[in-house]
Write a protein that binds this ligand. Structure first.
Ligand code: ATP
Ligand code: MG
Length: 292
């Protein structure tokens, strides 16, 4: 399953992508995380140390090139094999996650360079790496540009992260409709930073009016805010808080849906470790369990 998080700036894309990747991997799935944001920060949310994150080699847009296939049609292809790409560029994040980082302008400096080649490279890598691991989780940049350029066209599951206020929901609806134009089969809303029943109702009503399916509600989580203050990954700061649990519920739904699982390695014994941990807290189910 190829998942991407999209949505308005600051809605929680990286928080959801990083924590989801950790939870899927914690349950024994092989996960490839892709940072497709030109300002990459998925590494820290996955739980990598700052000095390790700083050492990551970004994938240059030149990794993809146009080649003619046997019928003479031009096709975007990777210049290295999957193994070479992972060997050269992947960083090792907790829970055996491979992280690759892309999306910087061609010359690597902010404010310059052509972003088209970067968008093309992200699209190419998502496509070419589809056989690697069971799940790829791509954290996309904010806004609609990458959807207009078809960057995420080869993702099969789009998680549109929205906050409970009108402009965020509006942006979410536009994002979902562009995703639908790209014929992405699974498009789900993640209702993030939900604090009150009124927040939840506002999101429910908006999604109903716009025919959007909500996959889960993640509460406004003080522990995530504190984790950010302390520059820690949310899941490492508090793996049992309501916010993490809500994202875990989403991970279970996605894993359940994923009928085309492909794994490079046998699942480790720790499969479902998180499920066991969370089972204890089940009784205290919060907002995240409502609306199922
Ligand atoms: N459920 C939540 N509860 C509380 N705070 C949250 C929640 N989700 C995300 N945040 C906080 O919101 C801020 C933005 O989150 P994040 O960086 O994940 O958003 P983003 O959509 O990736 O942003 P950008 O568009 O800049 O890439 C961070 O400070 C994060 O800790
Ligand atoms: Mg982000």
């Amino acid at each position: 399953m190829k998942i991407a998080t999209v949505g308005k700036g600051g809605s929680g894309k990286t928080t959801i992508a990083g924590t989801l990747a950790r939870l899927l991997a914690g349950d024994g799935h092989k996960v490839l995380a892709i940072d497709g944001d030109p300002n990459p920060n998925l590494a820290l949310t996955l739980g990598m140390a700052r000095d390790e994150a700083d050492k990551i080699n970004y994938i240059p847009p030149s990794i993809m090139e146009m080649k003619k296939d046997s019928d003479g049609n031009l096709k975007l292809s990777m210049t290295v094999s999957e193994e070479e790409l992972i060997g050269t560029y992947a960083a090792s994040a907790p829970e055996n996650i491979d992280l690759i980082v892309m999306g910087m302008p061609a010359d690597g400096s902010a404010g310059s360079g052509c972003m088209c080649s970067s968008h093309r490279a992200v699209r190419g890598v998502i496509t070419e790496m589809s056989a690697y691991g069971e799940f790829t989780v791509t954290d996309m940049e904010a806004g609609l540009e990458h959807l207009k350029r078809g960057t995420a066209a080869n993702v099969d599951t789009m998680l549109v992260v929205v906050e409970p206020y009108y402009r965020s929901l509006e942006a979410g609806a536009r994002t979902a409709s562009l995703s639908a134009e790209l014929e992405i089969p699974n498009i789900f809303v993640v209702a993030n930073k939900v604090k009150t029943e009124a927040d939840k109702t506002a999101i429910d009503q908006f999604c109903e009016q716009h025919d959007l399916t909500i996959i889960g509600y993640v509460p406004l989580e003080e522990q995530f805010i504190e984790a950010e203050r302390q520059a820690k990954a949310p899941i490492d700061f508090d793996s049992k808080c309501a916010g993490t649990k809500a994202i875990y519920d989403i991970s279970l739904k996605l894993a359940d849906m994923d009928i085309n699982k492909r794994s490079l390695q046998p699942l480790p014994d720790k499969a479902n470790a998180y499920a066991k941990g969370f089972a204890e807290g089940q009784a205290k189910a919060d907002l995240s369990t409502k609306g199922k």
